[in-house]
Design a protein around this ligand. Structure first.
Ligand code: GLY
Length: 584
């Protein structure tokens, strides 16, 4: 296998250079003043970072994490604060009615662990429950209301983090979220717009109307959204731990709400929910040690395939069209394997060793024509619609070198749209991430087969890819939302870091994506120039150039050599914040 240098800052490839030049220009860069590129310089010691850095999708969640660091908490306490605050201020993306993955690095032991707080399938949610009279997938049931919701995992993760990894009591780490839920926060444009697109569904449910129509009208930018029921639910979680959510008053209300709307959850399914600690997936790429998400995420496996396939080309010597072609062909093959082989490791046997091996990647590479697209239907399948943005990610490094890369979700915009009355808990619609009817694409256009069919207690396959990168000089936490486009965002971030870019540049880079089905290269405005698009089309690619932007990447970096901390928050999201708190 040939090893090729990806261009360094001084010798940027056309694709990267074009991307970099565009950073200054796109419309989504017109961010309000609270958008901060955090960068701090400190002493010369490289043994520990000079402070803490947090990047998240909302300034209030970043500040909540820093508040907890300021109170003597570590990165894991801060993660509880950031996660729970995001649940309050970004209900469009994630919440305690949903799930997530927390990748942790414990500096003292040097151990990495992947805390899997993915939702689980209720026993009643069999594939047959999602079919209509004609045997077609009932998409309304799969994406809206009680049948679309899995048993939530996020509250259990917060308790687990506090008990096993944090230094502070849960009550302290949850305090910012409780305060903000009670006092309210200003509604921003994305919440208002997302509510508009989900309004019909959300207003079907009494509990949702009680929260989102409390002002007498739909959420409006600039108005304050208060969630007193959610504050009480978080207080119960703080006071009673696991039982505060999964047993007793909150659990009873969740069960009653699901029943009232025609769904079927059992008390034992809530009380029996468990987070899983899993061994992360480890890869090497050109001097980087990458620690990333194992199944039930498809992210790590797909990334291993893509990175090992593209290592066979000297991408820096290729023109923009050929580089994009190689990336797209590697993505196409990895997404196909994701669909066919992957699912919940507690339920299915997967050929992980094969899929992540360099030999397998070499085999895939041999099937890529240097100048011609491989039609996806040669690998079977059919086109399907593209997705909305959803989910959320945050990244943390603390002054001891502990780190967290966490991605959490309620799946589509505002999840199932259903808030359980009296709890403030907006339920997820993660059941749509299962292959509810094998061979039918889900809302992201991703196909699924048997490995990802629902079974009682099973976790649905995910694309969430919280990751760490480490080189001789740098320690990085990175991740993103965006459904099936998460994996390619993290992949492009790795390539950009390898090219020597800084976190804010990485977060801003224009994106491309291919996911096997539909058979199309998606590109944000400015990611591909007209000539590149023409060349790709001549190779047989379909290209959607100039799609509206996607993703919301959040990343932090400790440069050990310079002993600096910096963060990058996605300029596509004007309310995000990356911030550094220097050691006092
Ligand atoms: N619901 C998006 C994901 O888990 O990938």
């Amino acid at each position: 296998m040939r090893k090729m240098p990806w261009p360094r800052a001084g010798a940027l490839s056309p694709w990267l250079l074009a991307s970099l030049l565009l950073i200054a220009a796109p419309a989504y860069c017109e961010a309000p003043a609270q958008k901060t590129v955090a960068r701090a310089q400190a002493g010369a010691s490289a043994a520990h970072p000079p402070g803490a850095a947090i990047a998240s999708a909302h300034s209030l969640s970043t500040q909540a994490g820093l508040e907890i660091i300021g109170k003597g908490g570590n990165a894991f306490d801060a993660a509880i604060a950031v996660s729970s605050t995001l649940s309050v201020v970004e209900p469009i993306s994630s919440g305690i009615g949903g799930g997530g993955f927390f990748l942790l690095h414990d500096a003292k032991s040097g151990r990495d662990v992947f805390v899997d707080a993915r939702e689980t399938a209720p026993a009643a949610s069999t594939p047959a429950a999602y079919l209509d009279d004609k045997g077609e997938l009932n998409r309304d049931r799969a994406t809206n209301g009680p049948w679309s919701a899995g048993i939530p995992g996020l509250p259990a993760a917060l308790v687990h983090l506090a008990q096993k990894y944090g230094k502070l009591p849960l009550k302290t780490s949850l305090a910012p979220a409780i305060r903000i839920a009670r006092e309210g926060f200003p509604i921003y444009a994305r919440l208002e717009k997302g509510y508009g697109s989900r309004r019909e569904v959300m207003e079907r449910y009494r509990g949702t109307r009680e929260v989102f129509l409390a002002a007498g009208h739909a959420p409006k930018t600039g108005e304050i959204l208060k969630q007193p029921d959610l504050a009480r639910t978080l207080e119960l979680l703080a006071a009673k731990g696991f039982d505060g959510f999964y047993r007793g008053d909150v659990a009873d209300k969740l069960l009653a709400a699901v029943k009232e709307e025609g769904g079927q959850w059992q008390a034992s399914e809530l009380a029996g929910y468990k987070v899983r600690e899993r061994e992360p997936l480890r890869l090497k790429y050109r001097g980087w040690d990458i620690v990333t998400a194992p199944p039930p995420s498809s992210g790590g496996v797909a990334m291993a395939e893509i990175l090992q396939v593209i290592e066979g080309w000297d991408l820096s010597k290729l023109d923009s069209a050929h580089r994009t072609h190689i990336l797209a062909e590697a993505m196409r093959r990895a997404y196909r394997d994701r669909t066919i082989y992957l699912g919940d490791p507690d339920f299915v046997k997967m050929p992980l060793k094969r899929l992540t091996s360099p030999d397998y990647a070499a085999g895939l590479r041999a099937t890529i024509h240097p100048d011609k697209a491989t039609p996806s239907d040669l690998l079977s399948g059919q086109p399907a619609p593209l997705e909305d943005d959803e989910t959320t990610h945050f990244s943390i490094i603390d002054r001891d070198g502990n780190r967290v890369s966490a991605t959490q979700t309620v799946n589509l915009l505002y999840g199932s749209g259903m808030v359980a009355p009296g709890t403030g808990v907006l339920l997820n619609n993660e059941m749509d991430d299962f292959a509810l009817r094998p061979g039918t694409p889900n809302a992201f256009g991703v196909m699924g087969f048997g490995a990802n069919a629902p079974e009682p207690g099973k976790r649905m396959l995910s694309s969430m890819t919280p990751s760490f990168l480490e080189s001789q000089d740098k320690v990085i936490a990175v991740g993103a939302p965006g459904g099936s486009r998460i994996i390619t965002q993290v992949l492009l971030a790795i390539l950009a870091y390898d090219a020597g870019l800084q976190p804010q540049q990485v977060a801003a880079l224009p994106r491309i994506h291919h996911q096997w089905m539909p058979d199309v290269i998606s590109a944000e405005q400015g990611a591909l120039d007209a000539d590149t698009v023409k060349q790709l089309q001549a190779m047989g690619h379909k290209v959607n150039a100039g799609e509206s932007s996607w993703g919301n990447l959040q990343t932090v970096m400790w440069d050990k050599r310079a002993n600096t901390l910096s963060g990058g928050t996605d300029p596509r999201n004007p309310v995000g914040l990356a911030e550094v708190l220097l050691k006092p």
